[in-house]
Design a protein around this ligand. Structure first.
Ligand code: ADP
Ligand code: MG
Length: 388
């Protein structure tokens, strides 16, 4: 995992754009993982993300003209924008659409911008559910505001704007959790967040003798959107049926007695049961972590994975295999898939002293079960986006 300091980042920047007068401003935005509370946001409940020490760095130097040049050490494509012309989504601009969209929305919001050269450089794998897209958007917005002299950035507003750009400009139907975690993360804390009201509370997440291991199945998230939409529809159907008996604001408010009333439809009953039990696990997790009970939290991770596998059916053979191998390996006290599901990453809590043997055993077991090669990242819990 390559960590950069400002000196290294400035050297990368000057290699790409040359040495010229003018300050080079440096920033970092974290990726995120959701510790527990999956498919809960649209059911009205609390999610529980952390910002991680893997993320994306950026450097910016203002220009005297209206040209914006975008480069990334992770991508071959280079993109140039003319601020005098309308900025529209364009397939050809690939990854450049993330910064382009943010720039367009900042301009539309009345922000004055001049041209600039920007370099991104990430150590966060993209497309694996660790929210590199949210990191790109929040980073671009923060950088352009901060380097323009607005050193107190309204972080919740930036998270909302980033979500708007991802929804409307990039046209990805995502909630607010990712952008909020990237903008509002706090070192060694998880964020207990209600995605509908944006009420939040920081809960200490101190790992002690354990480490948070991210396990990438390297299985692409396929059909994610159609299955995601299907789950949303099923959750709405379950809520509609439950509302025939009593008034409920959302599915997370239901009780297990309510869930039992859905006996006639086993699928809807299981979907509702996941929402209800997962929500209670999130709240329990926050309580346990406040008391410093990391092993209790590990047990909740295991229950959460079973619920996602059996009730909400958003796991898959690769995620199940990697979680099973993790749990069968000495030193692991909890593991679960994280994110939307059907591929992407799982997380595990592992004794730091046994990290090496853990990774070797899970890599070998996973390879044998799935013929795929997993990747592992040990992540710390980071602050949100900041100047470097
Ligand atoms: P996720 O958010 O789960 O990582 P997405 O598909 O939502 O996956 O977003 C990934 C996209 O974000 C990439 O395809 C690319 O366009 C952009 N991206 C991520 N990291 C970088 C980077 N370091 N430099 C440039 N673009 C990036
Ligand atoms: Mg994304």
């Amino acid at each position: 995992m390559i960590m950069l300091d400002t000196k290294q980042l400035k050297a990368l920047f000057e290699r790409e754009y040359g040495r010229e007068p003018g300050e080079i401003h440096c920033f970092f935005a974290p990726g995120r993982v959701n510790l527990i509370g999956e498919h809960i946001d649209y059911n009205g409940g609390y999610v529980f993300p952390v910002a991680i020490t893997l993320g994306i760095y950026s450097a910016l130097r203002w220009r005297q003209d209206r040209l914006v040049r975008l480069k990334s050490t992770n991508m071959a494509l280079e993109v140039a924008l003319d601020l005098n012309r309308p900025l529209e989504y364009c397939e050809r601009d690939g990854w450049g659409n993330y910064p382009k969209g943010m720039i367009q929305y900042l301009l539309a919001g009345g922000q004055k911008l001049q041209g600039c050269d920007i370099l991104f450089s990430g150590n966060l794998p993209d497309g694996t559910g660790l929210s590199s897209s949210a990191a790109m958007l929040v980073l671009t917005g923060f950088m352009l505001k901060y380097a323009s002299g607005k050193t107190t950035v309204d972080r919740p507003a930036l998270a909302r704007l980033s979500q708007k750009v991802e929804n409307e400009f990039v046209k990805v139907n995502c909630g607010i959790m990712d952008q909020f975690a990237v903008a509002m993360g706090r070192r060694d804390c998880a964020i207990l967040l209600n995605c509908q009201t944006l009420e939040y509370k920081y809960i200490p997440f101190v790992l002690g003798e354990y480490s948070l291991v991210i396990m990438n199945t390297n299985k692409k998230r396929e059909l994610t959107e159609s299955r995601y939409n299907q789950r949303r529809t099923e959750a709405e159907q379950a809520l509609t049926l439950l509302r025939q008996g009593r008034s409920l604001d959302n599915l997370c408010q239901a009780s297990l007695d309510d869930v039992a009333r859905l006996a006639a439809d086993d699928v809807l009953r299981r979907r509702a049961r996941h929402a209800v039990t997962e929500q209670s696990r999130v709240l329990k997790a926050a309580d346990l972590l406040e008391q410093g009970d990391i092993t209790g939290f590990g047990r909740l991770m295991i229950e959460s994975h079973a619920s996602m596998k059996n009730d909400y059916e958003i796991s898959g053979p690769e995620l199940d295999a990697i979680v099973d191998h993790a749990l069968a390996t000495p030193g692991c006290i909890g593991a679960r898939m994280t994110g939307g599901g059907f591929g992407g990453c799982a997380i595990a809590l592992v004794e730091t002293a046994r990290l090496e043997s853990f990774q070797a055993a899970v890599a070998a077991g996973y390879q044998k079960s799935t013929s795929r090669t997993a990747a592992f990242y040990v992540a710390g819990i980071s602050d949100g986006v900041n100047p470097l």
